[in-house]
Design a protein around this ligand. Structure first.
Ligand code: ZN
Length: 227
């Protein structure tokens, strides 16, 4: 089987960039490299996907929707699949509210998306109010599917490369889902930034344990995708 490669650009939205409500340090610094990589005149991508965190105002992951809870505290969530399953999860400042500026992509990314000549799609996640989503494939309970897996299968994708924000949350859990679904999965670490830079070794270990290869943007694997 010939390999077919897709690029997943995870959550590069105003609220995750400096000045946003849930800003990732230096998140903006990856943008030039990402713009270079999504140029389909330069790279042979068989598909390109942008994921977009897209929450209703009453989303469960917002601290403001829980009494006496502050952002970055952990509270117990109950599985939407099985109410006996509970999990402690971080709650966040309000972010990426549907149709608000913070949920938008920076203009240069929107323009670059328009110029992609390969199959492409924008996958919205976080849309159901009663559960959180980190992976671009599914919610944390693996209950609601976003449609990403179907899109990749329709385009016969075998290999997935991830960039975006944040390295230790949505990029990480999207990569985990991708590898579990059987895609050869690679994260481009130099084009991703973490929320917790002090825990980077732990995060790298998680990727490796989940069969995700870590490379940087100068890796030969990417050179092989040049036109
Ligand atoms: Zn979110």
């Amino acid at each position: 089987m010939t390999s077919k490669s897709a690029l997943l650009v995870i959550d590069i939205q105003h609220d995750f960039l400096p000045g946003g409500s849930l800003a990732v340090n230096d998140g903006n610094k990856i943008i030039p490299g990402v713009l270079d990589l999504i140029n389909t005149d330069k790279y042979n991508w068989d598909a390109v996907v942008f994921s977009q965190d897209w929450h209703p105002k009453d989303h469960i992951s917002f601290a403001s929707n829980h009494e006496n809870i502050k952002p970055f505290e952990e509270i117990e969530f109950t599985s939407t699949k099985d109410s006996s399953i509970k999990l402690k999860q971080t709650v966040w400042p309000n972010h990426c509210i549907q149709h608000c500026h913070g949920a938008n992509f920076p203009d240069e990314l929107t323009t670059a998306y328009r110029n992609i000549h390969s199959p492409k799609t924008i996958i919205q996640k976080g849309t159901l109010h009663d559960r959180d989503y980190y992976s671009a494939f599914n919610d944390v309970w693996d209950d609601d599917q976003t449609g990403l897996s179907d899109f990749l299968k329709e385009n016969k994708i075998t290999d997935i490369y991830l960039v975006g924000l944040a390295y230790d949350y949505c990029v990480k859990f999207s990569a985990e889902s991708s590898a579990k679904l059987g895609f050869n999965t690679t994260v481009i670490k130099s084009l991703s930034k973490p929320i917790h830079s002090d825990k980077i070794n732990e995060t790298d270990k998680f990727y490796k344990q989940n069969n995700v290869e870590i490379i940087d943007e100068n890796d030969d694997k990417l050179k092989a995708l040049l036109k």
